[in-house]
Every structure is written in structure tokens, then in C-alpha cells.
Design a protein around this ligand. Sequence first.
Ligand code: AHM
Ligand code: MG
Length: 341
Amino acid sequence: MSLKTLGQFIIEKQADFPYAKGELSRLLRDIGIAAKVVNRAVNKAGLADMLGENGSANIQGEVQQKLDVFADEQFIEALSRGGECCYIASEEHEDGIDLSTLVTSKYGQYIVCVDPLDGSSNIDLNVSVGTIFSIYRRKKESGVIESQEVLQYGREQVAAGYVIYGSSTMLVYTTGKGVNGFTLDPSIGEFCLSHPDMRIPKQGKTYSVNEGNYRKFPQYIKDYIKYCQEEDASTSRPYTSRYIGSMVADIHRTLIIGGVFLYPESSAYPQGKLRLLYECNPMAFIIEQAGGRAISNTCRVLDIRPTHLHQRVPIVIGSADMVGKVEKYLEKVDILTATES
Ligand code: AHM
Ligand code: MG
């Protein structure tokens, strides 16, 4: 069987990019290289003193794992060396990293938002974790990076993707022309095209939410969960519940077999838990490109105006019809509130 590597695929598709000078291709290639280094560390973590906490916390007050820190270093190093990226927003850093002062990155045209290792709580348990990335083109040609260049709408992303370090390692990405998935072939050390033109089914049979938070959810989410659990053969209910607690793994499953993933607002997380810039926006771009939907209350995720780097938003994402159903439950709340006031 003839293999097509990620590098070959990117070159083949370069003409599709709006600014086809090869920078975005090189940026994606650099991300692929960092992902391979992280993959190596994730695979042998138990043997290389790479498990456990790092003894530090990130800006959100979350305990950093050793692999969180390692992955962050790898992506920053790869993006700094490549010269195409002028600014990095990472989950692990309070402020963005301005590379435009480096001689090599002075003319870099791209801003990258990254969650270097998502699902950290699963690292020590040998459960899938991932990397999520989002790429924007900067608005000015050079000079100091301004906040409106970093805080662009999700709909302005030029590329987004994730890497899942699972039973096999995959890189899935979009540049706005569909979604393609590549599996790492460890024997040749290359990501090879395995899932061309990925499409999410319009309707699935799985709902994915941390039900331990049930009592803290708003009523419309509780109602939707009850709907998922009701018996109704004509709509294949009850649906199956699947929740890994690693967004990348939960979204990857949702993309492949369909379903809906919810991380809603709750009394514990009034704004939701997941971060707009490096978790929700890239996943929303990928899922929409595959034919699905992603909303945050009544707003399309990609239309949310970002206000700060680590902004959290509620999210409902997945098969178009299932997201539409959650929306119907939300509309009922809106109607009730309108008639009550
Ligand atoms: P992290 O970026 O600190 O790893 O947190 C994000 C993760 C997501 O991968 C996952 O969907 C979510 O947190 C799980 O949260 P919870 O344990 O509250 O269900
Ligand atoms: Mg994360």
C-alpha cells in the first residue's frame, strides 16, 4: 500500500492556502515534529521519570504535570525555531510569548494558540491525552503584536488541529477545506494519511458529559440528559454515555462515530471550564469543517468575541442534529424567561 506522509500531503495542498508561500505548511510541519517528540515522551513516561506532578501550578492554579511542562517546552521550541510564528498563547503561560523580538521570527506571520498536553489528569493512568492547536494570521506585517491580533474570532482561524496520544497516535487538522487525519507509523516515524476527508455523522448515539456535575448544571442541561436516557426506539434512545475526561479523546470519538460532547456552565464553573482560544475554538473549527456544529449557549463558538487569553466558555459540540436538540432545550428556557419577565 502506498503511504502519503503528512509532509507530502501538506505540500500537495499548499496551493489551497490563502497565502500560499509555504509558511503555513512549514508551521504545520514544525507542529508535527514537536508532536512526535511529545509522543515519544508520553509513550515511555513510566520508564523515564516523566509521570507525576512537576511541583508547579499554571495560571489557572492547576497543578502542572511533568509532561505538561515538557510538552509546552517542545512546542515553544519548535515554533520559536521555525521562524513562521510570531506569538504563542499557551495554556501553561499567563501571558503570551512574543517571538517577534527574535531575529528569526521577526517577520513571522502566524499566531499559535496551544494546549500542549490536554487532559493532564489522565497522564499517570495511561489514558489518552492530546495536544490542541489553533493558528491565526497576524493582522499587521511586522512590529509589536497587538492584542486584537491575538484575540481574533474563532472564525478567523486559518488552521486548527489536535494530536491524540492514544492506542495509536493521530494528528487531525483542518485549514478550512475539510478535515484530514494522519496516523503515526512508528516504524518510519511519520504521520501518514489514514483518515482522508473526515465527516461527522449528522446524528449519533452517544452523549458525553461529566455527569458527576449533574446537580450543578442548569435545568436545560439536566433536561437534555434525561432526554438522552429516555427509552424511545424510534430515536435510538437511550443513548450511550461515554466520558473520558480528555477533551481530545472525547472529541475524536465524537468526530468518528457521531454524538454530542457537553461542558456546560455550572455552579462550579459559571463560565464553563474549557478555554476558548486553545480548546473550544480549534475543536469547533474542526467539527464544523467535518459537518458538525459547536455552540456556546445561543452563540456559535466561532462567533464569540474573545476578551482574554484564558477565557472559559460553555460548549456543546458534535453531530449537527444532536447539538440542534440541545439548542431546542435552551430555547425553551429563553421562551420561559421572556414570558416570566
Ligand atoms: P486540562 O487542560 O487542565 O487538561 O483540562 C481540560 C480537560 C479536558 O480535556 C476535559 O474535557 C476536561 O478538562 C475534563 O474536566 P472534568 O474533569 O471537570 O470533567
Ligand atoms: Mg486543556
